[in-house]
Design a protein around this ligand. Structure first.
Ligand SMILES: *[C@@H]1O[C@H](CO)[C@@H](O)[C@H](O)[C@H]1NC(C)=O
Ligand SMILES: *[C@@H]1O[C@H](CO)[C@@H](O)[C@H](O)[C@H]1NC(C)=O
Ligand SMILES: *[C@@H]1O[C@H](CO)[C@@H](O)[C@H](O)[C@H]1NC(C)=O
Length: 444
């Protein structure tokens, strides 16, 4: 299971900002955070109390380029239950122990979002679905988390043992994979809608206050918000350079330039949707989705992972994020209407089982999707170049600190420009984002 949060890749590879460094004692490795106390808790949550921990071993299995905001590893546990010895493996997500300014606070909120999503939100959503005889949501089982600042850890079932695999992040999702993701995304959104209906007086983002933390206010530290703004800005200017290199995209360049002063507005507009507001996965792209296949290699099941930027926003934010980061234009463009229909029927199915009328139709959905297209384009521009990088080309952040930041930024930008010539996947996928927006008239 290789799960990534792109978002921190962004922070660490593209931030120019340095503020007072408060994090100078980082000398431990993420793997060394795994300790007997936590492993015991994991084992107890999974097996029963009587299970005795005998020993454990940390075994890395992810590649560089797969780990950004957190380090993902595994723990092989030897235990004794009723005088029988056995082994079990868990996946653990660890604080990356990197020495960048602001990292500690950002890591803390992202681990909190994810741990609390599994511990507090998923059981409530599943209770809603269970009452309707619907399957539980397809997330990994989470056994234990430790949110001690600087030493964050979250332990999951090891989905490799259930044959779930990551989709090659450089490929676009096709007509078989995409509907599986959309149906599951719709069930998440619809279950959250029903949960909200149970208690309209208490907004979900009040009950689960971490859902209110968004790109520009992950923490209360203004310096971090400013760093984020700068970072997102850099992505837009990087896209402009890429479009200039390609040539012939003058109207798209003018449009991206017009977005620069509007970054804040674009990111926050999705948060304010009353009608379509629901719990968003927040980071739904290739690397955060696992599939299971039948003997013919056809995908038959899906698991969504990595809730580190879950938030309350319009359902169209997740849809745009996924469809503009994880699909090629050649799959997205001809199938868009069908894809949204698939999402729609899954959503409607949940509401119908609950005896509720659907409160929007397919045209409303398309309209809301279009209204949030700027957000889709925005994340597409950021993520597509990163997604297509070879793991060995992703700037290596281990052992780096603030003084290396400018070099890392430059390295990343040079790489993206090189890739326009060297990686045949990049140009069509990147340009398709703008072609879409020209066709719908968003780019005049
Ligand atoms: C972390 O970075 C600061 C300054 O950027 C440096 O002084 C310190 O030695 C670094 N700590 C480690 C453990 O690398
Ligand atoms: C959480 O981590 C801290 C620091 O490593 C440790 O002292 C504590 O025992 C851990 N808590 C649990 C419940 O394992
Ligand atoms: C963060 O910003 C969003 C969008 O403007 C807002 O809705 C939310 O309340 C803010 N959260 C906090 C904790 O200030």
């Amino acid at each position: 299971m290789n799960n990534t949060v792109l978002f921190s890749q962004l922070i660490s590879s593209l931030s120019f900002f340095t503020v007072a460094n408060t994090n100078s004692e980082v000398a431990v490795t993420p793997q060394s955070l795994v300790n007997g106390d936590d492993v015991k808790k994991v084992l107890e949550a999974d097996k029963r109390k009587e299970a005795q921990l005998i020993s454990y071993e940390v075994i890395d299995f992810t590649k560089r380029g797969d780990n950004y905001a957190c380090v993902v590893s595994s723990v092989k546990v030897k235990y004794d239950l009723h005088e029988k010895q056995d082994y079990v493996s868990y996946v653990v997500k660890l604080n990356p122990c990197r020495n960048f300014t602001g990292y500690e606070d950002l890591t803390a909120i992202m681990f909190k979002k994810e741990a609390k999503f599994y511990a507090d939100i998923v059981p409530e959503l599943n209770a809603v679905l269970e009452a309707l005889n619907q399957d539980p949501l397809k997330f990994p089982k989470c056994y234990h988390y430790n949110l001690t600042m600087g030493k964050e850890q979250i332990y999951f079932e090891d989905l490799r043992s259930r044959d779930f695999r990551m989709f090659d992040r450089r490929k676009g999702m096709d007509e078989l994979h995409t509907p599986l993701v959309l149906r599951e995304m719709a069930r998440l959104h619809a279950a959250a809608y029903l949960l909200q209906c149970q208690n309209p007086k208490e907004p979900l983002e009040q009950k689960f206050d971490f859902l209110k933390r968004d790109w520009l206010n992950f923490t209360d530290n203004d310096a971090i918000s400013e760093m984020m703004r700068q970072l997102l800005h850099n992505y837009l200017t990087n896209s402009i350079s890429m479009l200039k290199r390609v040539g012939g995209y003058e109207s798209a360049i003018a449009w991206v330039e017009s977005l620069i002063p509007r970054v804040e507005e674009i990111l926050t507009q999705g948060m304010q949707s009353k009608r379509f507001g629901t719990i968003n996965h927040g980071d739904c792209w290739n690397n955060n989705i696992l599939f299971r296949y039948d003997d013919e290699g056809k995908p038959i099941d899906v698991i969504l992972l990595d809730l580190q930027i879950c938030r309350k926003a319009s359902l169209a934010c997740d849809l745009n994020y996924f469809l503009y980061t994880s699909l090629t234009g050649s799959v997205r463009q001809p199938n868009l209407k069908d894809f949204l229909s698939t999402y729609y029927s899954s959503y409607k199915g949940v509401l119908e089982d609950a005896g509720r009328d659907m409160f929007f139709n397919e045209d409303d959905l398309m309209k809301e999707f279009r209204e949030k297209n700027t957000l889709g384009a925005f994340f597409g521009m950021m993520i597509v170049p990163i997604m297509l990088m070879e793991p060995e080309d992703v700037p290596d952040m281990s052992g780096k600190d603030d003084s290396d930041m400018d070099n890392l930024v430059q390295e990343f930008q040079d790489k993206a420009m090189d890739m326009l010539n060297t990686n045949p996947l990049l140009k069509p996928r990147f340009l398709a984002i703008f072609d879409d927006m020209m066709e719908t008239g968003l780019i005049p």
